[in-house]
Design a protein around this ligand. Structure first.
Ligand SMILES: [Zn+2]
Length: 488
């Protein structure tokens, strides 16, 4: 489809919440020529700004304005999309004006804007493999993450030769807002951050460019400081769901092995998604001795303690009590140890959300010990399931949504061929598992995908069970009851 690329893009810019109006058309056209070179731009595949910008980037390459590398294309793409984006001041004003109507009016607007300007990479996200699996732990969500672009080896090599400026300090610092990008560091010209007040501090609220679920948001502290799960964090999480009642928000644990990949910058993740753990049934009540707070053990492979009440400060009191006890609690009979050789092992993955007028705070107990038998972690996916998942079990996975590495898409295709006795290049690490599946099922071309998906779900249920500190058997639950009795 032939498009008058430049004029269609100028129409989109003028119609967007960018600073530009019809009177600015000629000026903006010249800003675009400055970036892509003079002369008629190439035709776009569709009038979608993502396609218009792709055509402008191709024009820039044809004109020799940039080199045809992933990094330079991404930087120019973000610079062009920046023209469709309000300035941070206007964006913050637009967000908080809409918040007066309702919190979700504001988040809907910000979310649509972040998609329209290709900050959220919707087309890459659409490549992800996503399915549900019914398992012994209930229905779990399995995703294979294909949205992050493969690292370009040339860019990595070239980045190594660049001087280290230490700017921005990391990808969660506020200094990324509007940052041009460089080899090996993402382009952020079109990136915007909403400022939110939490407990007297300024925090940033932004979306994740490679979302793992709907409206995947990140809340980050203005100050560059390490992650810490404590009273302050519990208070902040509940304050976020008070301000944004349609969102959940949680924090990764603040210790290695059981935490996320970014422990260096204090941040939380939230969004509009109801995870399997939130739907899991309650098992039994326990006493936290805080009036107005009910506390239950959740039927979940990891040890999830659910607090519920109408007043955030009551939930924080109960959570701090549980955290303080857990940080010092040991029970050798179930391999739970607070410290070894002076090194702390215990922390919590906390998740807050709303249920009607109630505030809910889920506390998932974590222990990051390693042993001779389990060098990767006693409460970490064990060796026999690492062919599917060997990475840390972070916040999102704790709640029952697996984020599996991209390699599994091609590897599972080979497993499928193996199961159908077709020529294949199945990796050796999957053989024992695949042979079990062959034995257990009459596999046909019709049922093979379902069997593989189901089996991946079963493996993920096992992964969660491995990460659970008090196992869901009699010994584990008796040990959990001893811990809970110790609370009051
Ligand atoms: Zn930082």
């Amino acid at each position: 489809m032939a498009q008058d690329t430049l004029n269609t893009f100028l129409d989109a810019i003028v119609a967007s919440p960018s600073p530009y109006t019809a009177l600015d058309r000629q000026y903006v056209a010249n800003r675009i020529y400055a970036l892509v070179g003079d002369g008629t731009p190439q035709d776009a595949a569709s009038p979608d700004p993502i396609d218009l910008v792709a055509a402008l980037v191709a024009t820039a390459i044809a004109h020799g304005k940039i080199n045809d590398t992933p990094s330079e294309r991404e930087i120019l793409d973000a610079q062009l999309m920046d023209l469709m984006t309000p300035l941070p001041s206007a964006l913050n004003r637009g967000f908080w004006d809409r918040y007066q109507i309702s919190p979700s009016t504001a988040t809907d607007w910000f979310y649509q804007l972040s998609r329209a300007n290709n900050y959220i990479k919707t087309r890459n996200i659409a490549r992800n493999v996503v399915f549900d699996a019914d398992t012994a732990a209930g229905q779990l969500e399995i995703t294979i993450n294909l949205s992050k672009p493969e690292k370009d080896p040339k860019a990595i090599a070239a980045a190594r030769n660049q001087p280290k400026t230490g700017y921005p300090l990391d990808q969660l610092c506020m200094t990324n807002e509007g940052y041009l990008g460089r080899l090996g560091y993402p382009a952020r010209s079109n990136h915007r951050i909403v400022r939110v007040m939490l407990g007297g501090e300024t925090w940033g609220f932004q979306y994740s460019p490679y979302a793992y679920f709907t409206e995947h948001a990140i809340f980050l502290s203005q100050e560059h400081r390490p992650m810490k799960v404590d009273q302050h964090a519990f208070t902040n999480l509940l304050e976020i769901v008070r301000q944004f009642p349609t969102y959940f928000v949680g924090s990764n644990a603040d210790l290695p092995i059981v935490g996320g990949s970014m422990l260096s910058h204090d941040h939380y993740q939230g969004g509009k998604h109801t995870f399997p753990m939130m739907k899991a049934p309650l098992d039994r009540e326990f006493d936290v001795d805080v009036p107005g707070v009910t506390a239950d053990v959740v039927q979940w492979p990891m040890t999830d303690l659910r607090l519920r009440g109408q007043h955030p400060e009551d939930l924080v009191n109960a959570a701090v009590n549980i955290m303080d006890h857990w940080v010092d609690y040991s029970d050798d009979s179930v391999d739970v140890r607070a410290y070894t050789d002076g090194t702390r092992h215990h922390t919590i993955t906390p998740i807050a959300y709303r249920d009607g007028q109630d505030f809910v705070l889920d506390l998932v107990l974590r222990d990051n010990q390693t042993s001779a038998q389990y060098p990767d972690g006693i409460f970490h996916p064990h060796q026999d399931v690492q062919h599917i998942k060997k990475e840390n079990i972070g916040l999102i996975e704790v709640m029952g949504r697996a984020i599996l590495p991209a390699r599994l898409k091609t590897e599972m295709a080979e497993v499928t061929k193996y199961l159908l006795d077709q020529p294949n290049q199945m990796a050796e690490i999957h053989r024992a598992w695949a042979d079990q599946l062959k034995q257990a099922h009459q596999i046909t071309a019709e049922n093979v995908t379902g069997i593989v998906h189901q089996a991946m779900g079963d493996v993920f249920a096992r992964v969660l069970a491995d990460a659970g500190v008090f196992k869901r058997d009699q010994t584990g639950q008796a040990a959990l009851d001893r811990f809970l009795r110790d609370l009051i």
